[in-house]
Ligand binder design. Structure first.
Ligand SMILES: [Zn+2]
Length: 473
């Protein structure tokens, strides 16, 4: 990122609610199924069919609002948002215009840059559209199974300044939705998808630059890549004094580039109109309090608990709570682990390299991981070997103990044995020895590497450093 410029990002996230039935009829919301088997005249928008709001959808929406520190409205209405697209047979989407269910919330995030509070402007309920299927030889077909599936749209303030913050916010938001059972947020099924509003301005400027909106991103990787590309494209344009168009853009996974879909000049007028078929949504205070009382432990509550009970840092705790599967796994393993910091570190540094927090499903039990932590704590193995054990457990069903034995990974802690190997290594490292003795601390590294090589990575690294330093005094 260029030092002269600053990126400004705001997000619109669509979350598919966990409701078993659709928003205005009793059709199933189940993913997949033969085309057009989960629909009726209402969700197909046939003339004369009347929508009736599914009360569950309001409950889900309130839960989402409370989980994100929002205020909940006491009276809301639903509006028709007009636009033509073949997947919406009524030529409007029922959404909420100026009376969203929840507003004025926030989420606290933790990224490498530190802690930050991200504002949430509003959360409103709306219906999903059908799906167009382009079949070779048959033309374009339409599947209404998804039409009328209930969604919430969560709009953030333009408070995000980088792709890292964006991902941290999305992980936190997703965690809150999953913990409170608002949605399972399966990204590969489109249950959690995101539009990114992005602009560039000179650092310190008060005015926002012209923004573009990148539509429908449904993986963290696409979001990262799309932001990266768009940042560069807009900065290059500014440097060349070119005008940035306010427009809607798509993102291609194949090319890694964003591309223009349509300009925004005329498309912003949706002619919102209160839906005359739907009653106002009245929310009593009591109803909100009842839902609040039943909320489970939220991600931030768990985070505070981890900092206090397991002595973890802010950042590490946030990494662990960002997925409920990771958090549950960590807590199970922590029961028998003699050092929870090592445990957290193995999960964040090593296991997240093999799988993402969003797809966390380990092939070995938490007990195996705590055993491994204990071997490390007891200095039976070193960190390098622990990494090897994890990689093998990933592929084969073996206990850590068996792997350590079979692969001969036990740490060498015998000072006499290490001393001999170190003597050998010193003999063949004349230059490094001279450099070290003339004050270059770093020169020690190459000798340590030799010792590690000779012991096939099994030497106790702390002991090696200690013995080496003594010998070279
Ligand atoms: Zn239906």
């Amino acid at each position: 990122m260029n030092k002269k410029f600053e990126t400004v990002i705001g997000l619109e996230v669509h979350v598919e609610l966990g409701s078993k039935t659709k928003i205005f009829c009793s059709c199933s919301t189940e993913f997949g199924g033969e085309p057009n088997t989960h629909c009726c005249p209402t969700c197909m928008g046939l003339p004369g069919a009347l929508p009736v709001l599914n009360e569950e959808v309001v409950n889900y929406g309130i839960r989402a609002g409370l989980a994100t520190n929002c205020q909940i409205t006491n009276i809301g209405k639903q509006d028709r948002k007009h636009y033509f697209y073949p997947d919406s047979s009524t030529a409007y989407q029922i959404s909420q215009d100026d009376s969203p269910l929840a507003y004025n919330g926030y989420l606290d995030i933790e990224s490498k840059g530190g802690s930050k509070r991200i504002g949430i402007t509003r959360i409103h309920i709306e219906e999903d559209a059908g799906k167009l299927v382009h079949e070779k030889g048959l033309g374009t077909l339409i599947d209404y199974n998804r039409a009328g599936v209930p969604l919430i749209e969560i709009v953030s303030e333009p408070d995000l300044r980088s792709k890292e913050e964006t991902i941290a916010y999305l992980q936190k938001l997703r965690a809150n939705m999953i913990y409170t059972d608002v949605s399972q947020c399966r990204m590969n099924q489109g249950q959690f998808r995101c539009d990114v509003n992005i602009s560039i301005r000179e650092k310190g400027a008060k005015e926002f630059g012209t923004r573009t909106e990148i539509k429908n991103l449904n993986s963290f990787q696409s979001i990262m890549k799309a932001i990266e590309y768009e940042e560069k494209r807009q900065i290059d344009a500014i440097k060349k004094d070119e005008i940035i168009m306010q427009e809607t853009r798509g993102f291609s996974q194949e090319t890694g580039k964003t591309y223009s879909l349509r300009d925004k000049e005329n498309s912003d007028d949706y002619r919102f109109l209160p839906d005359p078929d739907l009653m106002p949504i009245v929310i009593e205070k009591e109803m909100i309090e009842n839902i609040r009382k039943k909320l489970p432990e939220l991600p931030d509550d768990r985070k505070s608990r981890y900092i206090k009970d397991y002595d973890l840092s802010n950042y590490d705790s946030e990494q662990l709570i960002s997925s409920i599967e990771v958090a549950d796994y960590f807590e199970k393993a922590a029961k028998d682990a003699k050092n929870t910091k090592i445990l957290a570190n193995l999960i964040i540094s090593e296991i997240f390299r093999l799988t993402s927090p969003e797809e966390f499903n380990l092939p070995f039990s938490p007990e195996y991981l705590s055993q491994l932590v204990n071997y490390l704590e007891e200095e039976k193995i070193n960190y390098n070997s622990a990494k090897k054990v994890i990689e093998i457990m990933w592929k084969e069903e073996k206990t850590p103990e068996k792997i350590i034995e079979e692969e001969n990974l036990e740490q060498i802690n015998d000072e006499k044995v290490l001393g001999d190997i170190i003597d050998e290594s010193i003999k063949t490292s004349k230059r490094a020895v001279e450099e070290y003795q003339s004050g270059k601390e770093k020169a020690l590294q190459s000798i340590i590497e030799k010792v590690m090589g000779r012991t096939k990575g099994r030497a106790n690294p702390n002991l090696v450093v200690k013995i080496l330093q003594n010998k070279l005094k």
